[in-house]
Design a protein around this ligand. Structure first.
Ligand code: MG
Length: 306
């Protein structure tokens, strides 16, 4: 597969259904392709203190790195078939690993430690996506995609026999089930004030649900937020106004907090997987899609910290 070091402009555009999405697009907004060469790109995470993006190339068991200053490089290989990533409040990278069937954390000295790899003695399936709440708790989904075959991990039977959403207190190691009625729980993201948690299900029916967060730690009042087509909503992030930027197979779809589809950022790949905000002002939306990594600079500002 060819690797292009040079950023190139993509001619595909935007579908604008609402003036609120129009307002998110600076004049001359364009999608930029920064890298091609992954087999299945996922898990983009922006590293603010290094002004770079890290993301996963799951079947090749590697993490990639890209920055404006230095272009692309392999950040870590092997990497335990990582999928989703986030950073905790201290800026440490926390990662979902299909291969290790664990949540790992990369310490400031570069060592990688296990935060959790089992629930009540049974191995996790293959953690998929992850967010960190302001209280330090780590929330992640655990569908079996990484153990269904050897392509994205190691083929194995599920020990737990169910696909849960978990809440982890990393200091004590306390792990609780936060959601137990999903087919294939996948992407997740808090609203800016953390009163809501959005979680996608990429099994049936292929939608995003939203929950109220009670007492800062329990999910209540489940309701359907949006059915996302074509494809499924694999991963998503909020901007500071609470709009949802979710993947679908045709690119990134932007929903208002009231679940109105405001517009689309069309991505010329078969399946767009995930996105995150980055750049010094958090206005650049990075997009991981199939073989490539893209970005578009918006007027919208990401809600991610740090
Ligand atoms: Mg995912």
């Amino acid at each position: 597969m060819t690797t292009y070091r040079t950023t190139e402009e993509v001619r595909e555009g935007f579908e604008i259904y609402d003036e609120r999405f129009q307002a998110m697009l600076p004049a001359g907004a364009k999608l930029l392709k920064h890298y091609t060469g992954t087999e299945w790109a996922e898990g983009p995470v922006y590293i603010s203190n290094d002004d770079c993006l890290l993301w996963s190339d799951i079947p090749n068991d590697r993490m990639m790195r890209w920055s404006d200053a230095e272009g692309d490089s392999v950040f870590r290989q092997p990497c335990g078939y990582t999928n989703g990533h986030s950073r905790d409040r201290q800026g440490r990278l926390v990662s979902c690993e299909h291969g290790g069937r664990r949540i790992s954390r990369t310490e400031t000295d570069g060592t990688v430690i296990t935060l959790v790899d089992n629930y009540q003695g049974k191995r996790l399936n293959s953690p998929n996506d992850i967010v960190v709440k302001s209280d330090g708790s780590i929330w992640f989904t655990d569908p079996p995609y990484g153990i269904l075959s050897d392509r994205e991990g190691h083929k194995a039977e599920s020990e737990i026999g169910a696909n849960y959403v978990y809440r982890l207190e990393p200091d004590s190691g306390k792990l609780d089930i936060a959601g137990d009625d999903f087919d294939m729980p996948n992407g997740l993201c808090f609203s800016p004030d953390e009163s809501l948690l959005y979680i996608s299900d990429t099994g049936e029916p292929g939608h995003i649900r939203v929950f109220d967060v009670a007492d800062g730690k329990r999910l209540i009042n489940s309701r359907e937020f949006a059915v996302v087509r074509p494809g499924k909503p694999d991963g998503f992030r909020c901007d500071s106004d609470g709009n949802i930027f979710t993947s679908a197979w045709d690119g990134i779809q932007v929903y208002s907090p009231q679940a109105e589809l405001l517009g689309k950022i069309l991505v010329p790949e078969q399946r767009t997987a995930n996105c995150c905000f980055g750049g010094p002002d958090k206005k650049r939306l990075y997009i991981a899609a199939d073989h490539s990594m893209y970005s578009v600079v918006l007027n919208a500002r990401g809600d991610q910290t740090p």
